[in-house]
Design a protein around this ligand. Sequence first.
Ligand SMILES: NC(=O)c1ccc[n+]([C@@H]2O[C@H](COP(=O)([O-])OP(=O)(O)OC[C@H]3O[C@@H](n4cnc5c(N)ncnc54)[C@H](OP(=O)(O)O)[C@@H]3O)[C@@H](O)[C@H]2O)c1
Length: 168
Amino acid sequence: MNILLIAAISADGRIAKSADQLANWTSKEDKRFFVSKTKEAGALIMGRKTYDTIGRPLPNRLNIIMSREADESKNIHGELEYTAKSPVEIIEELKARGFSSVVIGGGTSIYSLFLKEGLVTDLYLTVESILFGSGVPLVDNAPQLKLDLQTVEKIGEQSVLLHYKVTL
Ligand SMILES: NC(=O)c1ccc[n+]([C@@H]2O[C@H](COP(=O)([O-])OP(=O)(O)OC[C@H]3O[C@@H](n4cnc5c(N)ncnc54)[C@H](OP(=O)(O)O)[C@@H]3O)[C@@H](O)[C@H]2O)c1
């Protein structure tokens, strides 16, 4: 299973200036990459807080929302699924449903959780030309990991896309 952590980061490694910030500071090239990669995978896992900043399921993909108080009555099978299951259980279920890739779409707590579980196989980081100075970190209390740089691509005037494989 390809488990792809995808994030846009500032030059100082932040994923947002503040917790309630919308993803409106990232480039159109990064948004295009995120849409294309999540549609290709077919499934996207995110935390409840990140989902609340979006406010609706992203179309043509399975949106899995992690919440400790998952209200499954809001679920629309194959489109929007709230879950309180563990990362391992979620991945096993996706495999059983025939998915071969899934995107971990944040935020900090969900990125950190999947990294701690040793589940992430790839990181795609778009570095945007902004320095927040303070803000929401990519990860918090995640383990140290060795990464293997695969590609560096300038995807727009002000954006660089880094692809790493997680080495064991
Ligand atoms: N730049 C980027 O690429 C990018 C991408 C995504 C997000 N973000 C930013 O990230 C920030 C949000 O990050 P965040 O860490 O505060 O929130 P988050 O990870 O989006 O969501 C946190 C929520 O996830 C649920 N959760 C966490 N651990 C869980 C577990 N073990 N089991 C079940 N549910 C669990 C909880 O929901 P309940 O409270 O409902 O229990 C928790 O409150 C926002 O600023 C957003 O803009 C940036």
